[in-house]
Design a protein around this ligand. Structure first.
Ligand code: CP
Length: 309
């Protein structure tokens, strides 16, 4: 692989290799000797056309721990704000001879466009409502660290599925890994083609939670909501908010995930978010650095081998 644009780029063997390497990095990142030189000599450009805390920070840290030169372009203050097209931005950046572009953009397909326009290796760090493949990898990796494997587990994704690239990538990856996937949302926050996604759909959270091994909560992506019915935050918490009480019908060892940024008291009760027995939210962040190190190393190795796309 020279790119990671979608979870569909991955097969179970690729995923196993990435998880095995991420486990090494996860352990090494807990020691004072975090650095290696797997990417020495290569340049990683972080191009974030949308806000990010976790993804941008962890890609920067991952690249630096692997010895790469990492450059963060703050796209909000770049020349795109002066009317430069994405195509001209791509050609300009490619002329600086970087090796890997990490791209977050509000438009579906922007990372693929940049891969084609520049000929460089591209990692999709979230494109519109489409995909966020490294988030799905880190979510399944976090669960696999607890369970050994996600295959055969019942996993519920609850919240704003319609606007969620995290949900789309997780559904794709969990299907590859053989998990049983449930979705729960109001009909207005589900896509119209959801019956073709290989998932079980619920509108009632208490019914959806029965027997679940893990639950992923999603925030309402108000920045992408145009005209669709949006429940008030109080109503959303009442109908779809995760609480300890609601989890009583789930598996006794149920685990809770949230990709962040989370809105406490809207999609998750604040006490549950901070419960170290149940909440994996900070484990996900820690896994994010390890998974991104594994992904950057894999792509860097293939760049060195001179693989074509
Ligand atoms: N989960 C996630 O993508 O978070 P950021 O938007 O902070 O990167």
């Amino acid at each position: 692989h020279r790119h990671l644009l979608s979870v569909a780029d991955l097969n179970p063997v690729d995923i196993a290799i990435i998880f095995e390497r991420a486990e090494v990095f996860l352990k090494r990142n807990r020691t004072p000797d975090k650095s290696s030189d797997g990417l020495r000599g290569l340049t990683v450009l972080n191009l974030f056309f949308e806000a990010s805390t976790r993804t941008q920070g962890s890609f920067e840290m991952a690249g630096k721990r692997l010895g790469a030169d990492v450059v963060n372009f703050a796209m909000a203050s770049s020349s795109t704000s002066k009317g430069e097209s994405l195509s001209d931005t791509a050609r300009t950046l490619a002329a600086m001879q970087p090796d890997i572009l990490v791209v977050r953009h509000p438009a579906t397909g922007a990372p693929k466009f940049l891969a084609e326009a520049t000929g460089l290796s591209v990692i999709n760090a979230g494109d519109g409502m489409h995909e966020h493949p490294t988030q799905a990898l880190l979510d399944s990796f976090t669960l696999a660290q607890r369970w050994g494997s996600v295959g055969g587990r019942r996993i519920l994704i609850v919240g704003d599925i319609l606007h969620s690239r995290v949900a789309r990538s997780n559904i794709g990856l969990l299907n590859i890994l053989g998990a049983e996937i449930r979705l729960c949302a109001p009909p207005t926050l589900l896509p119209t083609d959801v019956d073709q996604w290989g998932v079980e759909v619920f509108h009632d959270l208490d019914a959806a939670l029965v027997g679940c091994d893990a639950v992923m909560a999603l925030r309402q992506q108000k920045e992408r909501m145009t005209g669709s019915f949006v429940p008030s935050e109080r109503e959303f918490f009442h109908l779809f908010g995760l609480t300890h009480e609601r989890l009583e019908v789930a598996s006794p060892d149920v685990l809770v995930l949230h990709p962040g940024p989370m809105n406490r008291g809207v999609e998750i009760h604040t006490r549950l978010a901070d419960d170290p027995e149940i909440s994996l939210i900070l484990d996900q962040v820690e896994s994010g650095v390890a998974i991104r190190m594994a992904m950057l190393e894999l792509i860097g190795t293939n760049i060195r081998k001179g693989y074509g796309s």
